[in-house]
Design a protein. Structure first.
Length: 451
């Protein structure tokens, strides 16, 4: 079995590593001419950290990212509303990490090239189209430097090519553009003094008006007694103001566009204007998602069923609850698991992809809708309405029942059950007895104990 992966982001590279660990050949095509550590910070939740640790990357994550201690919510004056411990602090066997997205991608890229070979990631190679047959899938690609079009042949194509996925567009022609709810996000990073626990993800304000998120992402800076703070500033723009052009994670923003919204946000424990002006580069991105798909694959007629989607190509979602990158990692692991299981039982590639979609699509679509609903944000807005000038005790603003509802709303979009994650069997396939001995055993040897 040979899998062609379109896209060398977190999801695509995680898929390549997972497939390789499952004994399945994989190649990654990437339209960018080169891969560099771009972007800003992200959070990896314990369920994703578990999967990357089982892929042998635990030590590198620990050396690079910050093991998040807590997530805490504040009003726009910096008064604490609610907080929740994170990672190992609440019983997970794996930490939550706040990490620079580009550094994470470079960790994954180095592992793919080391394990699968230097030619396993073909940069400057843009996906054009695919065609399926009973014998496999043919992928047309274009060399971005020369314009030359060529073909790759494989058994499976995985579209991990992001929000504007070409694979998704061919599977679902005529789909409307990404859905924007009016919130503009600006992102940046600036070095400063540690705040609160030194490992806190701090969320202040509300999406109904203004919101600011800040957390440290660099273990190297922490060792120097400093904090490399990733920040996200969000503003609900007036009706009628649409984002310019396409949503692009690497679009440059301007300090004069974001600073006026937050000019007086100084909390004592955090100087928001200083973080904004201290960022060497600001990125601008509209908060967009897409409606959940009824299917990710191409099943339905003879010779079909060999194409699927993964990560943002399958389920782009609002960045609520640190789900984007984490869910892509889970997709990758379940994909490899499902294909390996099909292979070990003399099944087909299409059956493996159908099992992957059955395991993932409905559950992750529910997360997309939960993030869009923003249940926790409604409670944050309640605080701003009841106490617009701040408060001394949150108990004077929210009842115990309302605080409990806040806790539940957060869990709905963010936290899998601790006991369930800790006890779930590994997604790394284990050898199993072969039902028969035959020509296919050469392909299945990593998963079959042949009598």
């Amino acid at each position: 079995m040979r899998v062609i992966i379109a896209g060398a982001g977190i999801g695509g590279l995680s898929a390549a590593l997972s497939l390789h660990a499952a004994g399945i050949d994989a190649i990654v095509i990437e339209s960018a001419a080169s891969l560099r550590p771009l972007g800003v910070g992200i959070n990896l939740m314990p369920h994703a950290v578990r999967e990357l640790t089982e892929l042998g990357l635990g030590d590198e994550l620990e050396a690079t990212g910050i093991p998040t201690a807590e997530m805490a919510h504040f009003d726009r004056h910096g008064n604490r509303i609610w907080g929740f411990a994170s990672g190992r602090n609440i019983g997970y066997r794996w930490p939550q990490y706040s990490i620079h997205r580009g550094e994470l991608q470079m960790i994954l890229l180095a592992a793919v090239r080391d394990r699968l070979g230097p030619g396993s990631v073909r940069t400057g190679t843009a996906f054009s189209s695919f065609a399926e047959s009973p014998s496999g899938v043919v992928v047309r690609v274009r060399d971005r430097a020369t314009g030359t079009v060529s073909t790759l042949r494989g058994d499976v194509l995985v579209g991990a090519d992001g929000l504007y996925s070409g694979v998704r567009a061919q599977l679902h022609p005529g789909e409307p553009p990404p859905r924007w709810g009016g919130i503009m996000m600006w992102r940046g990073m600036a070095e400063g003094d540690p705040f609160l626990t030194g490992r806190t993800v701090a969320v202040a304000g509300t999406n109904a008006a203004l919101k600011f998120v800040a957390y440290p992402v660099s273990r190297q800076a922490e060792r120097r007694g400093r904090a490399l703070v990733n920040w996200v500033a969000e503003a609900l723009l007036p009706a009628g103001r649409a984002p310019a052009d396409l949503a692009d994670w690497n679009r440059s923003g301007r300090v004069e566009d974001v600073l006026p919204w937050f000019a007086d946000w100084k909390f004592g424990w955090l100087d928001v204007p200083a973080l904004i002006t201290g960022a060497p580069r600001i990125l601008e991105y509209p908060m967009v998602d897409r409606d959940p798909l009824p299917s990710w694959g191409s099943a339905g007629s003879a010779g079909r069923g060999r194409v699927t989607l993964l990560g943002d190509a399958a389920h782009p979602m609002y960045p609520v609850g640190a789900n984007g990158g984490s869910q892509a990692v889970l997709d990758a692991r379940v994909l490899a698991w499902s294909l390996a299981r099909a292979l070990s039982s003399s099944g087909t590639a299409a059956e493996g992809l159908a099992a992957y979609e059955a395991a993932r699509r409905e559950s992750v679509n529910a997360i997309v809708l939960a993030c869009r609903d923003m249940p926790a944000d409604r409670l944050l807005q309640m605080v701003s309405t009841r106490a617009p000038d701040g408060f001394s005790r949150i108990e004077d603003v929210l009842s115990a029942a309302e605080l409990a509802a806040f806790d539940q709303a957060y869990r709905a979009t963010t936290l899998p059950d601790v006991a369930a994650l800790n006890s779930r069997p590994s997604l790394t396939p284990l050898p199993a007895p072969c039902p028969t001995r035959g020509a296919g055993d050469a392909l299945r040897h990593q998963w079959c104990v042949v009598a």
